[in-house]
Design a protein around this ligand. Sequence first.
Ligand code: SF4
Length: 259
Amino acid sequence: MTDTKSGPRKWLLTQNRQLRQEGIFNWPLPAFAGRLDDGRTYNTCPEAGACARLCYARTGTYRFRNVLEAHERNLKMILDTLDEWEQQMSDELKHKRYQGKWIRLHDSGDFFSDDYLAAWLRIMRSAPDGVRFYCYTKAVSRFRRLVEPDPPGNFLWCYSLGGTEDYMLDLESERHAEVFHNVEALEAAGYSDQTESDLLAVLGPERVGIPANPIKHLLKRQGLETFGSLQRKLDAEREARKQRAAKKAEACPVLTPAG
Ligand code: SF4
């Protein structure tokens, strides 16, 4: 098993407090953008949109030095030794502690590249019977291309709103998660509360409602909006800017020299 900064590492998969209660294992990455200790910059959530300003995984315990370092070590393994990491993960999943268990991919971070997602799909296909995987993701176009045509039988996912690819989702027919400021708001909007179990994201009703994390400054920032409604506002603003720029270009065409 890989040696890390803090010594030999027994397991790649971990459990945070909430997931441990449900017997779920987790593979976390650092959330969103950052810089590794060797100076490289990264963005593990390239499709993040409105969610980035409200992200629970960019604050609190996730920013504790030991936690962030552990997540960045995970990322480095993928960036630097993808094949080796894939083999280690496949080997680890054969251990009896994972028998009958669910593995959540990314309680922070997302599928940031095609190669990384493809590696997970191979890992899932080679996993023993009884080991199952799930995730939330904003990587809609990547999933459309690489997962939806032929998903592994042991993998379920839930698209989550607040990303730049929300517009690609059919909210009437596709499973998706929306973050509301509280439970009453999500129920009023016809969503189903997943607080009781994280697995309801993939096993419960398809309109998955998540009450926002009770982190004061993030709650204040979100107000009565949802991640999806904030993203729609951002999309509308971007479109309006584009149209203004197009009108301006029409009004003052750049003169090209006659030739
Ligand atoms: S995609 Fe998830 S982890 Fe990434 S910035 Fe958004 S909420 Fe945070």
